[in-house]
Design a protein around this ligand. Structure first.
Ligand code: 3PG
Length: 218
């Protein structure tokens, strides 16, 4: 891996990263405010819809208290692109040298995705100790995270895929889980129908469950 430095994630408080598919960029700012109102100060806007880049740009310009990142990064050139739109970090569903290198070159904090211990070892060798476990449920969920805690004790994970209010607390209580990601807080249909109060309600619920997990962990 080239000598470009690895950039740490920016500071934010939430342990839950909403994974967002958005179809109209003009809905991004009210969405950011709805999440902030529910105690969530981070969002992952995915590039799964053409509106994703513009949505990142809008939030980055209009809502500085929201830590906006880019998700579903699958091509190296997208890293410089999201950086120029104001993304403060980026995540991918998988791991490749091209993506890791492009994130470094773009100067963007980056969380690669892994599903196996071998991929986690490779990511670690490239300097990454915070990894997205994706798809978490299919990878083995909590059992997989517990199994990896021994041999890969210095790696922390952001499990994503299959996380919900029903299993959020148990995931956040797991010592090698730093963050979790999930789409349940921001259903596309709710965003499209501008159901901001409902989204705030789910964000509040996630914030309360996070506090419960943190209290249990002490
Ligand atoms: C992701 O994009 O990271 C996942 O698809 C989110 O998974 P979920 O919809 O099960 O939360």
């Amino acid at each position: 891996m080239a000598n470009a430095p690895l950039h740490p994630l920016p500071a934010f408080h939430s342990k839950v990263i909403p994974v967002i598919v958005i179809s109209h960029a003009d809905q991004a700012v009210p969405l950011a405010h709805a999440l902030l109102k529910g105690g969530i100060d981070v969002m992952e806007i995915t590039l799964r819809h053409a509106a994703g880049l513009a949505a990142i740009e809008r939030v980055s310009r209009a809502v500085p208290e929201m830590c906006v990142g880019a998700g579903t990064i699958t091509q190296a050139h997208e890293l410089a692109q999201v950086r120029s739109c104001g993304a403060r970090f980026a995540l991918s569903p998988g791991l490749s040298s091209d993506l890791v290198l492009a994130a470094r070159e773009a100067g963007l904090p980056y969380v690669p995705g892994v599903m196996t211990p071998s991929e986690a070892l490779q990511a670690k060798a490239w300097g990454h100790d915070l990894l997205k476990l994706f798809p978490a449920a299919q990878a083995g969920g909590l059992g997989m995270l517990k199994a990896m805690a021994g041999p890969l004790g210095d790696v922390r994970f952001c499990p994503t895929g299959g996380i919900s209010p029903a299993n959020l607390v148990e995931h956040l209580k797991q010592p090698n889980v730093a963050l979790v990601g999930g789409s349940w807080i921001t259903p596309l249909e709710w965003i499209e129908h501008q159901r901001w109060d409902d989204i705030t309600h789910l964000a509040q619920q996630a914030t309360q469950l996070t506090q419960q997990a943190q209290a249990d962990r002490v």
